[in-house]
Every structure is written in structure tokens, then in C-alpha cells.
Design a protein. Structure first.
Length: 508
């Protein structure tokens, strides 16, 4: 499908989904005064396109020759296009098929430096100046300019197992107190969001093991890639599985093997068609930076994070940067975030319950709200109480993010789970809050502002609810018919609509 971000951008342009802003307007991207968060929120609210903003339209901006992509994945349509589909449901179904069928995965091809656009320009360590050579754009009230477009590649020091993940990193411009960072930190280091104490990601486990031995780990950050690489890098695989497998899986999504190239200063392979690559070492030393916006829409306080010493920066001759901001959903990449784990959960559930027809993860809740639609009508449920059984299966699923879901709602086939108004109708007409609900505790996402703190000031558990909003036949109405809803069939509505539209044309 696509070899790099440029191929995806071309496809967006052909669909009218990308606008190039070249002149006639300036957008502020200064610390604490920037308006790029407001710009992207406005465009999303209008279901608008992705934006490619020329550097001269950004003020103040340190790399005016590098354009910035905004709102790249800010609609269901553009997110589905990442895997060559037109709808999120179709994208999910395609991902379900490929993630479970390793025979379709395509081994990557390692190419020479001469064939790797990401190494057209190389900046050695003694010439590296991060705050001059990487684009600095601030969003909202964030304390640092963030690298949100990077796939981090690391390798376990003991096992040699590779890990590919989509994590945030911070350019060390200004500290949380508003003071400029020391010059050696600004020029030669970044901070990476490696949660290692306690570890809560695979990169965190690798770094924690190294740090206990007083060592660091090699790291490479490949920035702005073919979007399927970002999607694959955020897909969960069990720890200990060689996450080089992310690359063959991405090849299956792309329909062609991914081209990789060896880094110049670290022993790691990276996507050859990235726009930038930052090579370095996550060292056993920390820095405090922040705050930053998180995916549930609040600003986290400043964090203490590992430093990465930058050994080399490579890039294309005329690179493109992609920047995004997590704020109150929906935002740019909320939809693609759901595609990274939703298909795995859907595949697991439908293997156990073939009567599940559809499921919806709401970007406004980023995984905390999950609706499931059954394919059988009420009198023909496969067994009584299936709604509650499915809720338990979600919380017990192997996919780790499933444990974070606070609200699960199971409905029948006549409810459109993609329409919140229809879900409210199901609550009003098929649900008794006490009898048809499961109340429990499950794992909390660490950024949920409603979850209680433990004595160690961590959010570990959250309350959760499972809602069976199916019609209660046979559970409650086995000896009497349920109500007959006053609603024409979908076929009747469509047929009447076609006749009405034809009449309009004849009368005008």
C-alpha cells in the first residue's frame, strides 16, 4: 500500500483529506501560548482534513524549512485508510484476520544505507544540537515540545530481544519551573517516557533490567513512518516474544515487506523510509520534565524520566515532521490508538462468542467505554445471561487494555452501537440498573483522574460496570411477550427514503 508517510499523504490528497497551508496565516506554537491544540480541535470538530503546515506559517519555529503535519488521523475515514479500508469496522476486520494469521506476515528486507532515505543526511554526536535540529512545536499548556511521532527501538541487554513501541519523548527546552535546561542537556539529550519503576511497558522492563545492573540500553527513535508501522508498534505482544515480529506484521498490513536499515552508531535496525532517526543510549540518569497532555484529556504533572544521550541524528534531505497533542477526546490519534488493541480483543471475543456481530470502542473514552452488539434477536439468544457472560469475558481477556475498561454495554441486534443516542435508548428500555449490571473492580489506567490513589500515589484499581442492555427474553419475560417497539424496519425506511428522493427530483 504505502512505503512511507508520503505515500499515505498522497492517498489522503486524492481523497480530499489533506490540505496544504502555505501562506496567508500564522499559527503560534510558543510554550504556554501556542494555538496548535485549538487549531486541531477546531478542524476535528468540523470533521476536517489533515493539515500540512509550512514552517513559515508557524511562529516561533526553529526549523522553518521543515513542514509539520497536524490532525493526520483525526477522523475514522483517515484512520481506516491506514490499512487500505474505508471504514473502521472494515479496518478492524482486516486487522483481526492478519494479526491471527502469521502465514500472511512478511519478513522485512534489510537495505543498504544508499537505499535508505532516512540516512540521506547524518549528524554525528559532536555536531548534534537537538533544539536546533529537531522541530520544536508546543501544544496548549504542555511544558515540553514532544516527539510524538517516534517508534522506539530497543534491545534487551541479556536476551537480545528487540522491542518496537510507539512512545513519547521530550525535547529538553524549558524545565517545569520555566528555566532553560542546561546547555549540555538541551544540545545532546532527550527524555523518553520509559515507565520502569515499576515497569509498565516492554521498554520499561528492558530498561529496568539494565538499570538494576547500573547500565543503560541502546535506543533508536524512528520518526514519521508509514502509519501501519506506528499501528503495529503499538500492538501488544506478550513480553519475551521477539517484537521484531512487529515488522513482519506491519508488512502484512502494508501488503509489502518493510524495508529496514542498520543504524550508524547503535546495533539496531530501523525503518529505512522514516523521516528522522535519533540514535542513542537510554542512560541510568533521570531528568524531570512536563507537564503533558494525556489520552483521557487532562494534564499530568511533571515526571521524572530517563535521559537519552543522542549519539547521532539521521534524516531525509527534505524531511516532514508530524506532531500531535493528547487532550479531551476526540483528538488526532484517538481512533488509531483504538485500532492498536481493539481488533485483538474483538478477535478473542468472537472466537468464544460467534454471536457477537460488532463492537465499538469510543474515542471519547479512549478504551474506557466499550459497546458490543449481538447478532441474534432476543428470543433466540444462544443462552440466558449472555450479556453478563460477555462482560466477564472482556475483563478476563488476554489483551491488557481490556482490563482498563470501566463501562461495558451489551445490546441486541436492533441497536446501533455506533450511535450514542441508540445506546441511551437501550438503557432506557432494556436495562434495570441493579438487576442487569455487574459492579466490580478492575485495573485502572494510570491517568484516570477519577481513580483513587494508593498509598504509593499510583492509580492501580478502578470501579467498573458491565451492563446487559439486551431484551430480557427469556431471562425475565419467558412467559409473556416483550413489548412491540413502534419502529419501522430498516428496509422499510430505506425504501420509503428512495421513493421520497425520487419524488423530490420530479417536483424540482
Amino acid at each position: 500500500m504505502f512505503k512511507d508517510i508520503r505515500g499515505f499523504m498522497k492517498a489522503l490528497e486524492e481523497e480530499g483529506e489533506l490540505v496544504h497551508i502555505k501562506e496567508g496565516v500564522e499559527f503560534n506554537c510558543e510554550r504556554k501560548k501556542g494555538e496548535l491544540d485549538a487549531l486541531t480541535k477546531y478542524v476535528i470538530s468540523k470533521e476536517g482534513p489533515a493539515l500540512l503546515v509550512e514552517g513559515r506559517c508557524l511562529k516561533p519555529y526553529n526549523t522553518p524549512d521543515i513542514p509539520v503535519l497536524l490532525n493526520l488521523f483525526g477522523s475514522p475515514k483517515r484512520t481506516a485508510m491506514v490499512v487500505g479500508e474505508k471504514t473502521l469496522s472494515a479496518a478492524r476486520d482486516r486487522i483481526c484476520q492478519l494479526v491471527a494469521d502469521r502465514s500472511k506476515w512478511l519478513e522485512p528486507v534489510v537495505v543498504s544505507r544508499a537505499k535508505a532515505p532516512c540516512q540521506e543526511v547524518s549528524i554525528p554526536e559532536n555536531k548534534v544540537n537537538v533544539v536546533e535540529q529537531l522541530p520544536i512545536v508546543y501544544f496548549g499548556q504542555e511544558g515540553s515540545p514532544y516527539i510524538t511521532c517516534g517508534i522506539e527501538v530497543t534491545k534487551d541487554n541479556n536476551t537480545g530481544i528487540l522491542n518496537y513501541g510507539w512512545y513519547r519523548a521530550a525535547i529538553l527546552d524549558v524545565d517545569p519551573e520555566g528555566r532553560t535546561f542546561a546547555d549540555d542537556l538541551r544540545r545532546g539529550h532527550i527524555a523518553c517516557y520509559i515507565w520502569w519503576d515499576p515497569p509498565s511497558s516492554h521498554i520499561g522492563l528492558q530498561y529496568a533490567t539494565a538499570r538494576r545492573a547500573g547500565a543503560g540500553i541502546e535506543i533508536a527513535i524512528a520518526c514519521v513512518n508509514d502509519p501501519v508501522l506506528h499501528l503495529a508498534a503499538a500492538t501488544g505482544l506478550p513480553y519475551g516474544v521477539h517484537k521484531w515480529d512487529v515488522i513482519p506484521y506491519a508488512g502484512a498490513l502494508a501488503g509489502t515487506p518493510v524495508e529496514m536499515v542498520k543504524c550508524l552508531t547503535v546495533d539496531l535496525p530501523v525503518p529505512a523510509h522514516a523521516e528522522f532517526v535519533i540514535e542513542g543510549e537510554a542512560i541510568p540518569k533521570d531528568v524531570r520534565e512536563g507537564p503533558h497532555g494525556n489520552y483521557l484529556g487532562t494534564y499530568d504533572p511533571p515526571f521524572t524520566l530517563p535521559l537519552v544521550r543522542v549519539k547521532c541524528i539521521t534524516r531525509r534531505k527534505q524531511p516532514i515532521w508530524y506532531a500531535t497533542h493528547e487532550m479531551r477526546p476526540p483528538y488526532d490519534h484517538a481512533w488509531i490508538a483504538n485500532l492498536t488493541w481493539g481488533p485483538q480483543l474483538f478477535a478473542e471475543l468472537t472466537a468464544k462468542f460467534p454471536w457477537i456481530a460488532d463492537a465499538e470502542i469510543y474515542p471519547t473514552g479512549w478504551g474506557n467505554v466499550y459497546a458490543i452488539q449481538l447478532s441474534h434477536d432476543a428470543p433466540n439468544k444462544p443462552f440466558p445471561g449472555i450479556g453478563k457472560t460477555i462482560c466477564h469475558a472482556v475483563w478476563g481477556a488476554a489483551e491488557r487494555v481490556a482490563r482498563w475498561i470501566k463501562v461495558i454495554m451489551v445490546v441486541g441486534p436492533d441497536i446501533n452501537i455506533h450511535d450514542p443516542a441508540d445506546l441511551l435508548f437501550a438503557l432506557a428500555t432494556r436495562w434495570q440498573p441493579q438487576s442487569d449490571s455487574i459492579f466490580t473492580h478492575t485495573q485502572s489506567t494510570v491517568v484516570d483522574p477519577s481513580a483513587p490513589f494508593t498509598p504509593q500515589m499510583a492509580r492501580l484499581l478502578t470501579e467498573a460496570i458491565g451492563i446487559d442492555a439486551t431484551i430480557k427474553v427469556p431471562e425475565r419475560f419467558s412467559t409473556m411477550p416483550f413489548v412491540n417497539f413502534a419502529q419501522p424496519t430498516d428496509d422499510a425506511i430505506q425504501q420509503a427514503g428512495r421513493r421520497f428522493e425520487a419524488a423530490l427530483k420530479r417536483n424540482h
